[in-house]
Ligand binder design. Sequence first.
Ligand code: GLN
Length: 288
Amino acid sequence: MTEKIWTIGSILRWTEQYFGKKGVETPRLDAEVLLSHVLGRERIHLYVHFDEPLEKAELARFREAVAERARHKPVAYITGRREFMGLDFSVSPAVLIPRPDTEILVEAAAERLPMVTAQAPLRFADIGTGSGAIALSVLSLCGGSSADAVDISPEALSVAQRNAAALGLDGRVTFHRGDLLAPLADEAYAAILSNPPYIPAAEIDGLAPDVRGYEPLLALRGGASGLEFYARLLEEAPRCLQAGGFLAVEAGIGQAQRIRAMAGTGWGRVEILPDLAGIERVVVLWKA
Ligand code: GLN
């Protein structure tokens, strides 16, 4: 009996259709990313070798990945990797997958950090670091800076530690396990950064199946209002910030103005920055 020979081109076409039927949002892209992962090649390789047949073992591994994706497991958890700010991050289900929205926070922080002080050392904290995406990309953009990164999840911290080492930044960041700012001494940071959990309790069930079924709820649940962690950050951050430093947080849709209101009059200038979709995504609060 002869088995059907699958080529790179024909398996991609088949998978794209199959993912489409399963309600996967970007069927072609996902098929390509998974196949290049299984083959250990760049995506461009797929196009240059369209008519090349797949080996049996490759096909078996690809089928496994396709089945996982059809059950809505995010591509990044299948490949174990996600690109963020042009850097390659290792991810696991213990950490939120870094999102493009969060690049706004990183860019805002990297742009403002040098404004705080002209003298070294420029030190900042990242609260709820997860994969380390925020802390590590700010470190890579701001030469001479160093960071303390905190997470309550030891599993997340080991992913972040691995990323720090892989990016050659482990000498500039110290990881701490704990709740928000609790593990930090009264250090006068130039900035405190955070993408805290901000999904209101009532909206958790309505999240996309890829998110709800696979990403850590610990990183998403923002309490009844979704704003619980902002209240605590606004309360705790001033203790650890130098005068002229800033707290910068990512916000969910419709939350930025509420965060500004919660901050009251105890802060100096407040900036609200939009993301590429025009959503008010980042709030920067300067300590007077
Ligand atoms: N942006 C994420 C989402 O919508 C939530 C991230 C967070 O809670 N910090 O899934």
